[in-house]
Design a protein around this ligand. Sequence first.
Ligand SMILES: Nc1ncnc2c1ncn2[C@@H]1O[C@H](COP(=O)(O)OP(=O)(O)OP(=O)(O)O)[C@@H](O)[C@H]1O
Ligand SMILES: [Mg+2]
Length: 279
Amino acid sequence: MIEIHKVSFQYLSSTSNILENVSLKIEKGEFVGIIGPTGCGKSTLCYMLNGLIPHSIKGYFSGVVSVSGKKIIDESVEVMSAIVGYMLQEPTFQIATPNVTSEIAFGMENLGISREEIIKRLDGILETLGINYLRNRATADLSEGEKQRVILASILAMDPQILVLDECSSMLDLPSKLELATTLKQLNKIEQKTIVMIEHDLDYLLELADRIILINNGQIIADGPAAMILTDIDLLRENNLVPPTVVSLFQEIQKESKIAVEIPDSHSQATKILRRLLK
Ligand SMILES: Nc1ncnc2c1ncn2[C@@H]1O[C@H](COP(=O)(O)OP(=O)(O)OP(=O)(O)O)[C@@H](O)[C@H]1O
Ligand SMILES: [Mg+2]
C-alpha cells in the first residue's frame, strides 16, 4: 500500500542528504509510529507520502515512492490528498479558510462531494471529535490545540484511506489526547485506516501503534513491533529518546526487586503485573 524504495533527499539549502537510501513498506490497516530525535528527518520522510516532496518542497530527490499503487512522482499533491489525509506539524500553516465550518468543508468541496453530504459529514465529524462548540468560530481565533482538532476534522471528513499525522497531539491537553487516541483506535481497528503517526510521546505510541520505525540521521535504525522497540531502553536512549514512563518505571522495579519482574509492553499489562506483585 505504501512503498518507499531507496529514497534519498536533500533540501536545496542543505549541505548533505537528509534521508539516505531509505526503503520501507507499510501495509493497509497498519498503525505505524515514526520516532527519532529532533531533526532526524521524520517530517521529511512523511512529506513524500502525499507528494509535498518532490512537488511542492524542492530539493534533490531520488528513489521511488508509491502509495495505493500510484507513483507520487506522477501524481499531483491534490490527487494524493484524496488518498492521504495529511496533518502537518505546524497547524497554522494548514488552515486555509476564515471559519471552522468552511475549513472542514474545504477539502470535501475540492473532492466534489455534494452539498448535502458535506453538511452530513460536517455534523458527524464535529460530534465525533467533540468540537461542536467550535462550529461558529473564526479560525484565526482558535488556540493551537483547537486548530489541530479542526484540521483533523477537515481531514477525517474527506475519509482518506491513509492518515499521516505529524505530532497531531502536541498541543492538546491530556483529556483531549486520550479522546483522540480512542478516535484513532476506532479508525484503525474498525475502519481499517492505515495510520502513520510521527510522535515524540512514546507512552502515547505504546498504547496506539502496532509497529515502530526509528529514524536517526536520515536512516532507519530499527523497524519492528511496538512492544519490542518501545521496551528496548538501551536502543531508545542511544537514539536520544525518552523511553515510555511505564517501561522506565518497571526497569527500576526490576533492578530493585529480588523476584522476576518482566517489562510491560502496554499500560494494561503493567496493571496486571502490578496486581500480581501486590498480591
Ligand atoms: N525546508 C527546509 N530546507 C532546508 N532544510 C530543512 C528544511 N526542512 C527541514 N530541514 C532540515 O532537515 C532536517 C530534518 O528535518 P525534519 O523536519 O524532517 O526533522 P524531524 O525529524 O521532523 O524533526 P522534529 O522532531 O523536530 O519535528 C533538519 O536538520 C532540518 O533542519
Ligand atoms: Mg518534524
